[in-house]
Design a protein around this ligand. Structure first.
Ligand code: ZN
Length: 192
């Protein structure tokens, strides 16, 4: 039997749930921690999450109807590591997806600030985000030799710092029930 929905009712697939840690902060800001509706409902039934907010959208089983959760909070706190993993994504996020030499946001790659040929290591403290043209221009030279200084010398960020940077990248889709948990869009209302 086919199911028919009015055109303005969103499909369940377009109703992801924002996942909060037990302290009601998003598990991750960027990429934003989202679960699809099936995963979210499964966690609800397994009693691993509390529903914080719901969509109007319902899904039906033969016996019940349940509103899809729009915000859920883990019941058990997931401890965040103090320092994030050294990954390409996290490195770009540390540098806010910006070439550290010219400020471009396009064609990004990585630069060994001290080149490997001169003993530079592949580590948080020696890798900067660089656009391909800057990377090519700098070549296997040090900042001094190339007269190209990174805007900020590379360093190992904390998980907290990366979260702060991640807040600068709001998702394409932002359900209104998420706003209270994502600071970029929440303004405190003042009394008149
Ligand atoms: Zn550049």
């Amino acid at each position: 039997m086919g199911m028919h929905f009015a055109p303005h009712i969103p499909k369940p697939e377009s109703c992801p749930a924002l996942v909060l840690n037990a302290d009601y902060r998003p598990l991750s800001y960027f990429p934003l921690s989202l679960w699809n509706w099936q995963t979210a409902l499964k966690a609800v039934f397994l009693d691993r999450v509390a529903i914080v907010s719901e969509y109007d959208r319902e899904v039906h089983s033969p016996t019940t109807a349940i509103k899809l959760p729009s915000v859920i909070a883990l019941k058990k706190y997931v401890r965040q590591p103090r320092y994030p993993a050294f990954t390409r994504f996290n490195l770009f996020l540390r540098d806010q997806f910006t070439c550290q030499y010219c400020g471009s946001n396009e064609d990004l790659t990585f630069d060994h600030v001290i080149p490997r040929s001169q003993g530079g290591r592949t580590s948080w403290a020696n890798i900067s985000t660089a656009c391909a043209p800057c990377n090519l221009k700098k070549g296997g030279r040090t900042p001094k030799e190339s007269h190209m200084q990174p805007r900020r010398w590379p360093y190992r960020p904390t998980t907290f710092e990366l979260h702060e940077n991640g807040r600068a990248f709001p998702p394409n889709f932002l359900h209104e029930s998420w706003r209270d948990y994502l600071y970029w869009d929440s303004e405190l209302e003042r009394d008149a």
